[in-house]
Write a protein that binds this ligand. Structure first.
Ligand code: 3H9
Length: 703
């Protein structure tokens, strides 16, 4: 077994260093080795105090998340080695000081709280983010944290998983000292001062004067629960985290630890924990693209240009200037340009109002934008992102013009959400420099960037695009070129089924409510109103000729378009709107009923389960096609696209993981049933059939 824990002595202080790169997670063996090193330090008569520090970039990121799946599947028996070593730290007769740099997270902070004192570098952060994995702190953290910073603050930290900066952690009592100099020598001096004071080591479990006033705690927790009701809708771990922390006030330390263990196990065995861990690793997996690595050349990006100052162009401009990259913003005339700039200013003004930005910061960002109506002004940009209307002819024209003015090594990116990248690239004499950068609205907020590789896109353009996503604070997912790429190609069948269900007897509110309750950020019809019925109609015109004969069409949406009901922007679409508040509209209900009658569709009561099956299995079936065609690299890439671009609940792990959790045999059987009862568009994807018959899963499918 590798050496995960190093030991050395400096004068009368033993320095124990965790050394399990990249983040010193407590992988199998780490806790055991730490235990032995503590024995060694205890037995060494020359040692009077111990400093525990992390090697490399961080203290420790806590338990090894990869291990949890093995416990749940029974492959390994759950280990309590982390708790055992924390108790060993606290019971150590010599003072133990945690020296924290980087992050002390989850089990990492629990280890630090088992130490008698904590010193940290000024840039360190601490937190218990287990809830983001569908868990609660499970190594006595829910009991030690309130003993340091009070029940109210501990409940908030455990239930939200927020990271707390060193200074605030010091102010709330989690840290004892912040050092400005070199961490290790300062931590050693701190340890020697403790020795010199002659104080007996202070156990966190014995601190009983910081829990806070019961009435104030109750009020804070009530407020916290209200905040969480919306933010963590559907999730079980946040409430369990609060329950565990509250036990600190009513039970003895040992009994409360038992309660924490029960709640931790319940979370660990939940589907939600599986889903969230799948997304945690998925977020990191999507950055790994076969054939692209650190050695792949990159193009340097110091300046950008955006063509089109509409909603998308404005959002993309903000995403760039927020990162400090100057942007030339191009429109066809001054009026549109002014309107676009006004929209950007308005968005920033809202951030100032909410206290998220200062007016000075807004001015600094606005100064990074150079508005222009002249194509020549784009000639110095390292990357140009086109964000004009969704129409092939217009995009071809724009790329032809960009080809004339852009400098030789510039990346030419299109923000198209559906169109053929290769055709757009063919409008230039440099298709290797053309790539899709599909942002999601609002582009300055949404975390997903679908990076669409054309057949000629060069490796350095792909690698630079993936890096650029990170610089913008986004998650870049590389996908292949086809109509709608990953996200919108799947969204087509999903929307189709939602709209067919209306014609068959469901109402707008029912469909949206069922899917909202399933966990989606918005129901499909509310999304359609937000995205714009005119936009969907325009896309539909682009692909009309390629729709197979006999394909059933969603009839109502075209009629809404003809009635100028474009959604939120016209205050009427599937709903009518009072501001942004959707209100069910009897006119739409009548329209649906009339349309169904004319089409000869007999309406019936639609069960909620059918709404879930028809929409979710439509997603999974199309996702299976994307996988077998290689448009998506892995099923988790699809899941990440849906969680970060389409408001799919992360705790369900994304649509492919959801299908896996239902069981592909069942999904396949239902898809076959819908093919018989609905029509040929439900034909099962060959990959779905193959995996259903072989007992496989999307998750384990490797192309
Ligand atoms: C816990 O502690 C439970 C206990 O309460 C009770 C137990 C009984 N385990 O994010 P990065 C990997 S639950 C395993 O790209 P950064 C990560 O997958 C845990 N692996 O770097 C990646 O691998 P690869 C509570 C982990 O600098 C590599 O490390 N702790 C773990 O942007 C680099 O990660 C958390 O939830 C882990 N714990 O960010 C902390 N952490 O190179 C989760 C990371 O193969 N971690 N990896 O792709 C984080 O938030 C970030 O990773 C961190 C570093 C901020 C630490």
């Amino acid at each position: 077994m590798a050496d995960f824990v190093r030991y050395q002595r400096t004068d009368n202080v033993a320095v124990i260093t965790l050394d399990n790169p990249p983040v010193n997670a407590f992988s199998p063996g780490v806790a055991e080795q730490l235990y032995s090193r503590l024995d060694e330090a205890t037995e060494d008569a020359a040692v009077e105090a111990i400093v525990l520090i992390g090697g490399g970039r961080t203290f420790t990121a806590g338990a090894d998340i990869k291990e949890f799946g093995k416990f749940v599947s029974g492959e390994k028996s759950p280990s309590n080695s982390l708790s055992r070593v924390i108790s060993r730290l606290e019971d150590c007769p010599k003072p133990v000081i945690a020296a924290i740099h980087g992050t002390a997270l989850g089990g990492g902070l629990e280890v630090a709280m088992g130490c008698h004192y904590r010193v940290a570098g000024a840039s360190a952060t601490v937190g218990v983010p287990e809830v983001k994995l569908g868990l609660i702190p499970g190594a006595m953290g829910t009991q030690r944290l309130p003993r340091l910073c009070g029940i109210a603050r501990a409940a908030e930290m455990c239930a939200t998983g927020i990271m707390v900066a060193a200074r605030e952690a010091w102010e709330t009592g989690i840290l004892d000292e912040i050092v400005d100099g070199d961490l290790l020598p300062d931590a050693i001096s701190f340890a020697q001062a403790i020795v010199a004071s002659g104080d007996t080591p202070r156990k966190t479990r014995d601190i009983d004067d910081r829990l806070g006033d019961p009435a104030e705690n109750a009020a804070s927790i009530e407020r916290l629960k209200q905040q969480l009701a919306k933010r963590t809708r559907g999730q079980i771990a946040p409430a369990m985290a609060i329950q565990a922390v509250e036990a600190a006030a009513t039970l003895s330390f040992d009994d409360a630890v038992k309660r924490e263990a029960e709640l931790f196990q319940e979370c660990l065995h939940s589907e939600q924990c599986k889903g969230l861990i799948h997304i945690f690793f998925g977020e990191r997996a999507v950055g790994k693209v076969p054939g692209i690595d650190k050695a792949t050349a990159r193009r340097s990006i110091e300046t950008a240009a955006v063509v089109g100052a509409g909603t998308m162009g404005g959002g993309i401009t903000m995403a760039y200037v927020n990162t400090g990259i100057p942007v030339v913003l191009k429109e066809i005339d001054q009026e549109r340009l002014d309107k676009g700039l006004e929209r950007i200013r308005k968005t920033y003004a809202t951030s100032v109002k909410r206290g998220r930005l200062t007016s000075e910061e807004v001015e600094r960002r606005m100064e990074l934008i150079s508005p222009t109506v002249d194509y020549q002004a784009l000639s110095e940009a390292d990357i140009i992102i086109e964000a004009v209307f969704e129409g092939m002819a217009l995009k071809e024209q724009v790329f032809g013009e960009l080809d004339e003015v852009a400098k030789p090594n510039a990346i030419l990116a299109t923000n198209t959400s559906t169109l053929d990248i290769d055709r757009i690239a063919a409008a230039t004499k440099r298709p290797e420099s053309v790539i899709g950068h599909h942002f999601f609205s609002p582009a300055n907020v949404m975390k997903l960037l679908e990076i669409v590789r054309g057949k000629a896109s060069s490796d350095d353009v792909i690698a630079t695009s993936m890096d650029m996503a990170k610089r913008l604070g986004k998650i870049g997912v590389l996908v292949g070129n086809c109509f709608g790429f990953v996200g919108n190609r799947m969204f087509g069948p999903y929307q189709r089924e939602a709209q067919f269900l209306l014609e068959e007897g469901a109402d707008v509110e029912q469909v949206d409510k069922v899917l909202f309750d399933f966990g989606l950020a918005m129901g499909p019809l509310a999304v359609s109103d937000l995205a714009g019925i005119d936009v969907s109609w325009r896309i539909h015109q682009e692909i009309k000729d390629s729709i197979p004969d006999g394909m059933r069409n969603s009839l109502v949406m075209d009629k809404l378009y003809e009635m100028d009901r474009y959604g939120q922007k016209t205050a009427a679409g599937w709903y009518r709107y009072d501001g942004r508040e959707p209100i069910p509209d009897p006119i739409v209900e009548e329209l649906i009923e009339k349309t169904a009658l004319e089409a000869g569709i007999t309406r019936r009561a639609i069960a909620d389960d059918e709404i879930i099956e028809r929409t979710m299995y439509a997603l999974a079936n199309e996702g299976a096609r994307l996988l077998e065609e290689g448009i998506a690299l892995r099923s988790v890439d699809i899941d990440v696209v849906y969680v970060y671009g389409y408001g799919f609940p992360a705790w369900r792990g994304g649509p492919m993981m959801y299908a896996d959790s239902v069981g592909l045999k069942k999904v396949y059987d239902r898809v076959c049933h819908f093919q018989e009862s609905q029509g040929f568009w439900w034909e099962p994807a060959p990959l779905l059939k193959e995996l259903a018959e072989s007992g496989g899963s999307f998750r384990d499918y490797r192309g």
